[in-house]
Design a binder for this molecule. Structure first.
Ligand SMILES: Nc1ncnc2c1ncn2[C@@H]1O[C@H](COP(=O)(O)OP(=O)(O)OP(=O)(O)O)[C@@H](O)[C@H]1O
Length: 291
């Protein structure tokens, strides 16, 4: 399948400080690609390099088969970009910000912007400085989505959105990907990556830890098992064991039938099996080393 983004051995140092190091990944046409990592991992640095907002120390970024360094303007024309934090000129109304953004692309997007405002329940008449965090985020989404791009680059797009709006946002993302556009989004929320992304990459300390199908990444991550009533489960391989008074919690990578067999005859009062949080998934990948 055609690659929309091609990043090769990208390295960025801010003076002596490491931003990212030797990072390579690719994103295909029609793909929703999740980019996850803890604070300071290098997500925004990667995104800024993709947008041509910073000059890499080494390596290259190609988008639509063109070098970002040499064809920045042509590339940006086809991208819908949403930064993690948006700053607006104060005194402007939502409608003016949205129109201003459309003007940068030389397009009249009034109809699409109106539809998006309706879907996201955003009042276009409001002044931007009166908006709540979530509503400011919606303005960023509309600015990124109103002009029918071929690639959407979205830096933490859902932080601050309520669950209903998150759902609406992802149905929008799915429509765009269904129409053939690629979507690259960074997030701290593993569950939304799992649910909506086709492939994902995990970055930590400036390095790419894994890039794979989301199903494969999730399959290879352990589950967190918490049991009330006992403090130990003999005969299974448990990691990161936390014992409480009359309870035990651990990361488990084996089969469910093996776990159920091990629990038979034990005084289990309650059992919960949840997905590990982002940090636990990182730990898992660290234990397995870089793939
Ligand atoms: N302008 C800068 N000057 C110096 N160091 C920087 C600069 N911008 C980023 N860094 C450093 O580069 C590393 C990667 O930062 P980056 O902002 O890319 O991480 P991130 O994954 O986007 O984090 P977050 O999830 O907190 O937004 C961090 O160690 C950060 O301190």
């Amino acid at each position: 399948m055609e690659n929309i983004i091609n990043i090769q051995n990208l390295t960025k140092y801010y003076g002596k400080h490491r931003g990212i190091e030797d990072l390579s990944l690719s994103v295909r046409k029609g793909e929703i690609f999740g980019f996850i990592g803890p604070n300071g991992a290098g997500k925004s640095t990667t995104i800024r390099a993709m947008m041509g907002l910073l000059i890499p120390t080494a390596g290259k970024v190609e988008i639509f088969g063109l070098s970002v360094r040499e064809h920045k303007t042509d590339i940006l024309r086809r991208i819908g970009y949403m930064p993690s934090e948006t700053t607006f000129y104060s005194g402007m109304r939502v409608s003016e910000v949205i129109r201003f953004s459309a003007g940068l692309y030389g397009k009249d997007c009034r109809e699409e912007a109106g539809c998006l405002c309706e879907r996201l329940k955003l009042d276009m008449k409001k002044k931007v400085e009166e908006l709540s965090l979530g509503n400011r985020k919606k303005v960023g989404i509309i600015c990124a989505f109103q002009h029918e791009a071929d690639l959407y680059i979205l830096d933490e797009p859902t932080s601050g959105l309520d669950p209903l709006m998150q759902k609406e946002f992802f149905s929008l993302v799915r429509e765009k990907s269904g129409g053939g556009a690629a979507v690259f989004l960074s997030s701290h929320i593993l569950s939304e990556i799992r649910r909506y992304c086709h492939r994902a990459a995990i970055v930590r300390d400036g390095h790419l830890i894994v890039e794979d199908d989301v199903k494969t990444i999730c399959h290879s991550s352990a589950k967190r098992v918490t049991i009330q009533g006992i403090e130990e489960v003999p005969g299974i391989q448990a990691k990161d064991v936390i014992r409480g008074e009359g309870s035990v919690s651990f990361l488990y990578n084996g089969t469910m039938s093996e776990l159920i067999r091990a629990l038979q005859g034990l005084a289990v009062e309650d059992l919960t099996i949840t997905e590990p949080d982002l940090e636990e998934t990182f730990l898992h990948f660290y234990e397995g080393g870089k793939r």
